[in-house]
Design a protein around this ligand. Structure first.
Ligand code: T5A
Length: 227
């Protein structure tokens, strides 16, 4: 994707996935800081969101009643936001040689709207191909935790935010939904072992960060050392 005159190699694209409150937002920031210390130019982004229009769509998706949208509308809104995010933020950064860490990407749609809400994976795959040209991360870290533990962490954090500003539409869905999500993420990881790395999310923030750093250095150690 680099132009002929651009010597910088394409950056790495790393996504974080997992259920609610598994520590993604905490760990993406820690990984960004650790990579920066090593001299890597790295941006942090998130889904839904990550570009101005996509952030507007985020507000539509994450606030309000759990049954606000039918599942297919949700899929289309997530992909509307994703295309904007990809074209305006992710691809330009990668082409400029920056690394991109995203807090969620398309695997979340396969888990939440697919396994969680019954949209067939083949249908989501078709939409993914059409809208993103089948673009996937180089590496995906799946933070795996018991949903009860994750929801407890997420709810404690949301309790500090006033009710009309809470982005908790998905957190309010039933416990069985969150159990399906965990199973779905583990199945997606098993089907995509070339890029997925499962990291247990239990333990201290530092302990989880060390597990993630081991995965990143195992995959990209020589490239990080060269910078
Ligand atoms: N969604 C998204 C879809 O349905 N389809 C899609 O295609 C996409 C892209 C996004 C929602 O949208 C859905 C999924 C989500 O429901 P969000 O607000 O971004 O909404 O929600 P999450 O991604 O789930 O983010 P959360 O903020 O809820 O959870 P995180 O980021 O996993 O957890 P984090 O880091 O914020 O931590 C939660 C709390 O726990 C503490 C933190 O300090 C924080 O208070 N914590 C720990 N405490 C103890 N030990 C540790 N190891 C801890 N790590 C963090």
């Amino acid at each position: 994707m680099n132009s002929e005159n651009d010597e910088s190699p394409r950056g790495k694209f790393i996504s974080f996935e997992g259920g609610e409150g598994t520590g993604k937002s905490t760990q993406v920031k820690t990984l960004q800081d650790t990579l920066k210390v090593r001299g890597i130019d790295v941006i942090l982004t998130r889904e839904p969101g990550g570009a101005p229009g996509a952030e507007e769509i985020r507000a539509l998706l994450l606030t309000g009643d759990p049954d606000k949208w039918v599942p297919m509308t949700e899929v289309l809104l997530f992909y509307a936001a994703r295309v904007d995010h990809l074209q305006r933020t992710i691809l330009p950064a990668l082409e400029a040689g920056k690394w991109v860490i995203t807090d969620r990407y398309a695997d979340s749609t396969f888990a939440y709207q697919g396994a969680g809400h019954g949209i067939a994976a083949t249908v989501i795959q078709q939409i993914h191909r059409i809208t993103t040209d089948n673009f996937w991360p180089d590496m995906t870290i799946l933070l795996d935790a018991d949903p009860e533990e994750g929801l407890l962490r997420a709810n404690n954090r949301e309790a500090e935010i006033s009710e009309n500003l809470r982005e908790d539409r998905f957190e309010k869905m039933a416990g069985s939904y969150h159990q399906r999500l965990r199973k779905a993420f583990l199945e997606i990881a098993a089907e995509n072992q070339d890029r997925f790395h499962i990291v247990p999310a239990a333990g201290s923030i530092d302990a989880v960060a060390r597990r993630i750093w081991q995965k990143v250095t195992a995959a990209y150690g020589p490239e990080i050392d060269q910078i």
